[in-house]
Design a protein around this ligand. Structure first.
Ligand code: NAP
Ligand code: G3H
Length: 492
């Protein structure tokens, strides 16, 4: 089923129901971060083609918006089944393209299947309401609002490299369920996996033009896409830097943004330290720390710090490093530039006398898992998001100090608290300036029907299946004003 999306490993774009190459005749070579071998080529689309993609979506929108919710749900359900049938093939491409270990690549695809099914079902349950006017003085019960939910129009979905299937489908499926058409800009590294996802939606029977793809480097065509006047909502996941840039150069376009994070694990004196260490290591190092929700710092009370640090280091020493197809947890980072950035943060910590407990070893873009103890707040690693396998441990004297450092961050995605005292847990949770607090667990997005949001530089708007459908639709009120009756209607 994927034959028509490429010729000789050169991938095309889906425009108005057809897979086409770009008039630019320029392609971008996608190389695997594992061994630098070419995975395929994608099209560098022109500005004119961007305009065509958006116009196709605009023209197709009324046809899709007019479909019944159950017809839309049927298409999403069918797409979920097609994705499931092709899960192994897509997971393999994903593992090659972004160096995600094959087990996690497969679970990304299967999680997406579940996501799409839940979205199709949840979309059917979203209903409008009727409101009566007499709750306000001067209005009567004869004024009645019929409130329905309407789609927005053309949704622009932009996803990041680290979940090119899941974080693309988590925008596209709810947008479609709400009745919107979609223009989809996948991450350049991740495009090939994402184009397979687009083909899945097409194969499921999406009418031509309802989903269109745009490939090309964000740095070259990104600004042009996001300022297209026919875009009615931007749903973006990626770095805070690009997110802020998008919000600066657009005007009056609603946005949902999932951005960077610096999630903290706060470990209290009464925590079960084995459990905390296991969660911290999984949270910090899965997919080499390239997750927005990765644990990116530990704030631990001084008198349990030695024990916790030893437990963490012991588990980190057992992490498998190497090839995603051997199921290593620590795999090559997405590119050398990313590895250089992580190395900069490591070098800064070393120069400022953090205690290196393990790691700081590198083979090209493969960085070994690195743990620093005695990190202090003058070090970059205390504040910056590495998006790589390095974990700073900051020792604190009190819970108040832990909360202050946790909150003194430009980010506010999630936090973890490890403790056996539910009162302390709730008290601290209320103080933390984040979208979600996990008690006795690593930070993580799922399950995907929970609300997912970041505050401060970590994002705006709320995702999560029902929240996403609502965020990509709007209420519309039709108000009926019944005439006052002088004659009384009485029950017989
Ligand atoms: P990124 O560099 O910001 O890129 C994200 C997406 O934006 C890519 O598709 C990219 O295209 C595109 N883009 C770049 N410049 C653009 C522009 N001027 N206009 C429009 N689009 C543009 O992020 P990334 O490196 O892929 O992902 C890592 C970051 O994402 C981390 O900071 C991570 O925390 C964050 N993230 C957050 C969440 C969350 O839910 N909060 C989830 C996952 C990741 P190209 O690939 O072509 O450059
Ligand atoms: O990278 C950001 C993803 O939304 C994180 O999802 O917590 O399931 O890895 P995850």
């Amino acid at each position: 089923m994927f034959n028509e999306i490429q010729d000789n490993n050169c991938y095309k774009n889906l425009l108005n129901g057809k897979w086409v190459t770009s008039d630019s005749e320029k392609t971008i070579s996608i190389k695997s971060p594992i061994d630098d071998k070419e995975v395929g080529n994608i099209q560098a689309m022109t500005k004119e083609e961007v305009d065509i993609a958006v116009l196709d979506a605009k023209n197709a929108y009324p046809i899709w918006a007019d479909k019944s919710v159950s017809e839309r749900a049927d298409v999403i359900h069918k797409a979920a089944s097609i994705l499931e049938e092709n899960a192994d093939e897509i997971a393999e491409i994903l593992a090659k393209e972004i160096a995600k270990d094959i087990k996690s690549a497969k679970s990304e695809v299967i999680r997406t299947v579940d996501f799409m099914r839940f979205t199709a079902d949840e979309g059917k349950r979203i209903q409008g309401e009727t409101l009566q006017g007499d709750g306000f003085h001067g209005f009567s019960k004869n004024k009645i609002a019929f409130v329905t939910r309407e789609p927005l129009g053309v949704v622009l979905a932009i996803s990041p490299f680290n979940y090119p299937v899941n974080l693309s489908a988590s925008k596209i499926a709810p947008a479609l369920m709400a009745g919107n058409s979609v223009v989809f800009k996948p991450p350049t590294q991740g495009s090939i996996s994402a184009l397979h996802l687009a083909r899945v939606f097409q194969e499921a029977g999406l009418p031509d033009g309802v989903l269109n793809t745009i490939t090309g480097k964000g740095s070259e065509i990104g600004d042009y896409i996001i300022t297209n006047p026919n875009i009615n909502l931007i749903n973006f996941t990626g770095s805070s830097e690009v997110g802020k840039h998008i919000s600066e150069i657009t005007s009056m376009v609603p946005m949902i943004m999932e951005l960077g994070g610096k999630d903290a694990a706060i470990v209290l004196e009464d925590a079960e330290l084995d459990h905390a260490a296991t969660n911290i290591v999984k949270g910090a190092f899965s997919y080499s720390g390239q997750r927005c929700t990765a644990l990116k710092r530990v704030l631990v009370l001084e008198n349990i710090a030695d024990e916790l640090v030893e437990l963490i280091v012991e588990q980190v020493s057992k992490l498998q490093v190497g090839n995603p197809f051997d199921n290593a947890t620590i795999t090559p980072l997405i590119n050398n530039k990313a590895a250089n950035f992580v190395q900069e943060l490591i070098d800064d910590a070393l120069n400022k006398n953090a205690t290196l407990k393990i790691g700081n070893k590198r083979e090209k873009n493969l960085l070994y898992p690195t743990v620093f103890d005695n990190v202090t707040t003058d070090m970059r690693i205390a504040w910056e998001e590495p998006f790589g396998p390095v974990l700073p441990i900051i020792r604190v004297k009190s819970i108040d100090e832990a909360v202050d450092i946790a909150n003194d961050s430009e980010y506010g995605l999630q936090s973890s608290i490890f403790t056996n005292d539910i009162d302390d847990a709730f008290h601290i949770a209320r103080l933390l300036e984040v979208g979600t607090v996990q008690i006795n667990n690593k930070t993580e997005r799922g399950p995907d029907h929970f609300p997912f949001l970041g505050v401060k530089s970590s994002g705006m708007g709320t995702q999560g299946i029902r929240y996403s459908i609502e965020a990509m639709s709007r209420p519309k009120a039709i108000v009926v004003n019944l005439r006052e009756r002088s004659d009384k209607v009485t029950d017989k």
